[in-house]
Structures are given as C-alpha cells and as structure tokens.
Design a protein around this ligand. Structure first.
Ligand code: C5P
Length: 230
C-alpha cells in the first residue's frame, strides 16, 4: 500500500474540471484536497465521487463555529468517507474536542487537524483584532491546544515545522502548503520551501496546487516532484 506524501490542492471552480484532473493521476500517486470554492460549487457528490475512485480526500473547510455545530459538521464530513478534515484552533478546545467526538461516528475515523493562525495574517492584523501575543507563540500555543484536544496535527508552513515538531512531538501530523519545486513559479506564495526541504523540516504531508494542476502535463509534474523526494 503506497503512502503518497503529496496532497494536490484541487483548486478548480467546478465538478468537471476536478474530475478531469483526477483522471490524469491515481490514488497511489497523490491524495486530493477539496477546499471551499470547489466544495461550494460541486458539493458532497464530488467528494463521494473522488472517494469512490479510491482517492484519499482532505476536506479543507476549516470549520469554526459553536461546538455542537462543528461536531455535526465533522460527523457529516466523516460519513462522506474523507481521509482528513480540519477546523480552526481559534474556535477553542471545547470546539476541537466536539469535532473529535463528531468523527468517531465511523469505524475508521478520518484524521482531524487544525489551522493555527492563517499564514495570510501578519502580527499587525492580529493586533488589529486584539491579539497581543507574538505570532510564533500564538501558533505554538494553538498547536499545543489542538493536540491536547485530541487532534492529530496542524496545518503549518514548512518553515514553522521544525519548531512545531519540537513542541508537539513526533506523532503529530504537520501538513504544509507553500511548497514549490525549484522549477515552478512562486505564484502568490511568499515564503516557499521545496518538497525535499519541507520533508527534511519534519512535514508529514505536502499540499501542492498550481505547480501540478496548472502544469501542461500534471502527471509529469507529479512524477518529477515525487522523484525529488524519494
Ligand atoms: O497552488 P498552491 O500550491 O499555492 O496551493 C496551495 C493550497 O494550500 C491552496 O489550496 C491554499 O488555499 C492552501 N493553503 C495555503 N496556505 C495556507 C493554508 C492553505 O496556501 N496557509
């Protein structure tokens, strides 16, 4: 059984483009991430179709609501057969524990991870909403709280991975976006890390979108990246 480290971000606007992409690769080469745009346009039917074709699906909806609502949303996601889902750690430990309870509804529960602080937020943005703690400490505190609440890990930058590994341990999953092979454009990502470096930093899985999805030959892009980390 293969355990591909690459999670392709299926940032497509609709069902057909996502399915077309899924036919160019295979479940033993990559996992797939469905985010807010695609889920809002294509819905649970698309997730089920990808799961039925054998893919591990990371449902990236970043739930953040009252504990009871998040528990039910997490249950609904688990019942779709997803492999991984996430919540915002800023929802608090009670909400995260509720999410964990929510996914116990099926025999093989999905992985549950947390977003700590969105990487799009600067220290200034945090101050603006009344959060005075220095950003690295806030990330660390939220990551610890996620693990203490029974979550499997966090989404983080591969640059934060070594520090988080040290503070939340070897068993935690670190899922890292902002990955670019040397040959790819940075696009709008500012602090990029190569696939090989991200794994060396302690990442468990690499979320990669445009370098694969926008490549003229996605299967070849995936093969090159896989080769660079094997
Ligand atoms: O195309 P690209 O490789 O930049 O896609 C990265 C994916 O990871 C996108 O779906 C993006 O929304 C997501 N992501 C990110 N940075 C974060 C969290 C998620 O780029 N901090």
């Amino acid at each position: 059984m293969k355990d591909p480290k690459i999670i392709v971000a299926l940032d497509f606007p609709d069902h057909d483009q996502a399915i077309e992409f899924s036919r160019k690769t295979s479940p033993d080469q990559c996992r797939l991430k469905v985010g807010k745009e695609l889920f809002t346009s294509a819905g649970p039917a698309l997730v089920e179709a990808l799961v039925d074709s054998g893919y591990d699906v990371f449902l990236d909806l970043k739930f953040h609501d009252i504990p009871n609502t998040v528990k039910k949303a997490a249950s609904a996601a688990a019942k779709l057969g997803v492999w991984m889902l996430n919540v915002h750690a800023l929802g608090g430990s009670e909400m995260m524990r509720a999410a964990r309870e929510g996914i116990e509804v099926i025999a093989h529960r999905p992985f549950l991870i947390a977003v700590t602080v969105l990487t799009s937020m600067s220290s200034r943005d945090l101050n603006e909403i009344g959060m005075e703690m220095p950003l690295p400490q806030l990330v660390d505190r939220l990551a610890q709280s996620s693990i203490d609440s029974g979550l499997d890990g966090v989404v983080c930058s591969a640059r934060e991975a070594p520090a988080l590994r040290a503070s939340i341990g070897d068993a935690a999953l670190l899922v890292t976006p902002g990955i670019r092979p040397e040959w790819a454009a940075a696009d709008d990502q500012h602090r990029i890390v190569t696939p090989r470096q991200a794994l060396a930093n302690g990442a468990s899985y690499l979320v990669i979108g445009r370098p694969i999805t926008q490549h003229e030959d996605p299967a070849e892009a995936l093969r090159l990246i896989t080769q660079s980390i094997s």
